[in-house]
Design a binder for this molecule. Sequence first.
Ligand code: AMP
Ligand code: MG
Length: 481
Amino acid sequence: MHFNSRYPTLSSKLYHHQQPLPLKGAKAGHFNMSLANQLQWSEEDKSAWVEICSGQKTFAEFEPLAMVYAGHQFGQWAGQLGDGRGLLIAQILDQNNQTIDLHLKGAGSTPYSRMGDGRAVLRSVIREYLAGHALNALGVPSSNAVGFTTSEQGVQREKLELGAMMLRTSDCHIRLGHFEWINQYQPTLLSEFTQKCIEWHYPKCLDAEQPILAFATQVIQRTAVMIAQWQLVGFAHGVMNTDNLNITGSTLDFGPYGFMERFRPNWINNHSDYNARYTYQQQPSIGHWNLWNWLNNLVPLCPAHYEKEQWKEDLAQCLEHFEPIFLEHYKHGLSQKMGLPSFHKDSFDCAMAFLRILQSEQLDYTQSFIRLQNKYYDQIKDDCLDRHQFESFFAQYESIREHQNIEALDAQMTLANPQYILRNHMAQKAIELAERNDFSEVERLFQLLSTPFTRQPELETASDLAPLPTDIPEIMVSCSS
Ligand code: AMP
Ligand code: MG
């Protein structure tokens, strides 16, 4: 590994040094060899992956630490939070010379654990491991993981489960909530911290006339693009609290997430979200709310020569970029999924008509786009109770595609429509087997989701392609992890 240990150069008020506490009877779960290669792990590191991913081996070049941050959870100020069960155990350079954090999740309690036990269970580790891998392969910016380990140690949740650890990778673990913590508890650190965030993550902004405004705009734009990508693949994060969004717009901390199956815009995968705050359709506006909240934390950074009111206005102006950037990416991506030209004035309308059909007929989001791509129009129509609605959509669809370069539109569809997403029942089966020490289904899903745009008949099963029948109860996913 090539270390670039930069977080510990910040004020020690921002973290607490702590060694991982291994679990009893730690053993291999799954290892992502290709990611280890991208991260330039040596042969020695690779052969020690179980020790590294279970907290038994740390590195002389980096003293593990828990970060402190704060956050708004479900819209309410939650005060100090912090890494309560994860440790930053290294910052290393990947083969593109980008700095990547290695964060060991489930590594034991820290001063920020509050009432928690500092552990993660095998169920939630597998869910996060497979989803991070799936999102990366779908081209959605996200954390990923080099590997996970299981153990023989029981961890109490609603029932007794197996403790596990996962070595998560991300280009950034600095959350919107870091700024909230600093403003609340150590405001004198704000200026230097922000400067470091810009240097590390947005160095081009240093050349701007107002680097802080340029930085804010970049964070807002990247978050808007990430959320547009979530919407396009049908991903619902589940806990979009300000402590779970980072400043580089890469998906992080998606505990009770879900990939949507039957199209329900008000679908909520997280059954602990009693007020349905984080539904699929609310994600863009919640992202906006989080960023608006975050921008307030930059108000104290008003430069000396600036009018305070003008500074506030200029910061607020940065947020004006959110909606147009989101819509541009979402509309463009949706046109690609539909096989419609993004410049055509009716393409978005037509896509909305398609989504209304999926909603009213409760059709599967992923499968329906694949049917459209394969031109299995009759299959979609046959699944509709309201055939007339489908026919009027289809007439408009055909009229827009007429006289277009169909080959090019079809080619873009195959790049925009995944054959496979991680359905809850797929993850669930892998978890149930893994809890009995059989990781073959984790491996199969890992392979299947590595190339989600390519049909893999030799690997797939029928249940990978469709939602479970409506008479089978839905899998309940809660915050408990
Ligand atoms: P999450 O919503 O999972 O991102 O977690 C919110 C906060 O609770 C973070 O500060 C976590 O570190 C902390 N947390 C969650 N689960 C545990 C646990 N089992 N033990 C200690 N802290 C936890
Ligand atoms: Mg979190």
